[in-house]
Ligand binder design. Structure first.
Ligand code: SAM
Ligand code: SF4
Length: 326
């Protein structure tokens, strides 16, 4: 399915919950978050049905995210059901990793292809500061567990924040040198808890690359699955890669292939566009698959040519990242 700007839309990111077991400062406030009641979020059956409809208009890749997807009950059952949809050829998850080790085997057996883990710092005190929780060792173990299970490529999302973790860039690069891990440095976006966000805290990918290139020889590369918007570099002699996701300094909107489904069942064409199609309401009104298909097509037609994050600087977005699905 092509959108109005000739982009092929084949990727659906699904937020399975708005809840989380961490409280990353840039994503969620510590308190005062109104959690969605159970009947306000899509049931697992609804999600599977919507994936089937999406598959009918060309969706091939699914990513489960949140909030923290691993706290959603019966997440493995959801993965197993999606795995049975023949058109879907890739199922991935983005997780903070805290619960991963205890569930890893069953996630893989259910049909999970690969996992991305979020880790912004390797220093215990800083981890506790940024997430307001103390689960760092669990996350580290999770990353190596995913490698052991061959849930590859194993990617790590690291939001780079000036004054917080820019002193660890070489430590992350070393991780990619020593292990077959793909570290993706993400530019800090004005979404989420915008009180923590600040324009001066963004570090451009050029700056990061220059810093790392002083220690490691870098060569552009691609990775086997799910390259998405990241631009990757191999470290000479190393086992993994580093990558850059630059929504702020270098928009990659012209290659955008995704739709986003929020936990409440709203279908969005863009992380930063408030226009949404209410699929939950349509399900409640007993819409048939053809009607749902039309709503998918409508969401695709609403996809803007590019985001305008740099213009509103965070003031325009009503939902937090944990609510949209990061
Ligand atoms: N809880 C899961 C996790 O942390 O991996 C999945 C949801 S989380 C919202 C998805 C990703 O969005 C994480 O890698 C997180 O670091 C990133 N993220 C959240 N807020 C962000 C922001 N303001 N700028 C850049 N990335 C952000
Ligand atoms: Fe939770 Fe992920 Fe947001 Fe952190 S970034 S608070 S782990 S949803």
């Amino acid at each position: 399915m092509l959108d109005s700007y000739n982009r092929k839309i084949n990727y659906l990111r699904i937020s399975v919950t708005d809840r989380c077991n961490l409280r990353c400062r840039y994503c969620m406030p510590e308190e005062g978050i109104s959690k969605l009641e159970h009947d306000k979020i899509l049931s697992l059956e609804d999600i599977v049905r919507l994936v089937k409809v999406g598959a009918g208009i060309g969706i091939r890749k699914i990513r489960l995210t949140g909030g923290e997807p691993l706290i959603r009950s019966h997440i493995t059952q959801l993965i197993a059901s999606i795995r049975k949809i023949p058109a879907i050829d890739d199922i991935a998850i983005t997780t903070n990793g805290v619960l991963f080790c205890g569930m890893a085997e069953e996630l893989k057996a259910a049909g999970l292809d690969r996992a991305n883990f979020s880790l912004d710092t390797m220093v215990a005190e800083k981890f506790e500061f940024i997430t307001r929780r103390n689960h760092r060792t669990g996350v580290k173990r999770a990353i190596f567990k995913a490698l052991d299970l061959g849930l590859e490529p194993v990617k790590i999302n690291t939001v780079v924040i000036k004054g917080f973790n820019d002193d660890e860039l070489l430590d992350f690069a070393k991780l990619a040198y020593d292990f077959p891990l793909h570290i993706r440095f993400i530019e800090f976006m004005p979404i989420g808890d915008v009180l923590f966000w600040n324009r001066d805290r963004i570090i451009s990918s050029e700056e990061i690359r220059e810093k790392i290139a002083r220690r490691y020889e870098l060569a552009p590369t691609k990775i086997s699955k799910g390259s998405g918007p990241a631009v990757y570099f191999k470290l000479a002699g190393g086992r993994g890669t580093i990558g850059f996701i630059t929504p702020m300094s270098h928009k990659f909107c012209s290659e955008c292939n995704r739709l986003r489904l929020t936990a409440e069942g709203k279908l969005r064409g863009c992380l930063y566009d408030k226009r949404e199609i209410d699929l939950k309401a349509a399900l409640e009104h007993k819409s048939d698959d053809e009607e749902l298909k039309k709503l998918f097509i409508q969401a695709i037609s609403l996809k803007p040519s590019e985001h305008h994050m740099n213009e509103g600087w965070g003031k325009d977005n009503l939902r937090k990242m944990s609510q949209i699905g990061g």
